[in-house]
Design a protein around this ligand. Structure first.
Ligand SMILES: [Zn+2]
Length: 62
């Protein structure tokens, strides 16, 4: 699951919210890679199964 891509994904960076089913862990991330990294970290640390939920762009509420 480890990826070392540094090239930006085409288009804008998507934002994700990494949530955990097994506890109240919740963390926002920019880009899928970071979301996956955060989720993997948490899974390795706790054995939980977090999920990354894509957040809508923040421009609408501004
Ligand atoms: Zn957890």
């Amino acid at each position: 699951m480890a990826t070392k891509e540094t090239a930006p994904v085409r288009g804008e960076t998507k934002r994700f919210l990494v949530e955990c089913d097994g506890c109240s862990y919740e963390r926002s991330a920019e880009g899928r890679d970071e979301a996956m990294r955060i989720g993997t970290d948490h899974r390795l640390e706790t054995g939980h199964e977090p999920v990354a939920v894509e957040l809508p762009p923040p421009t609408e509420n501004a």
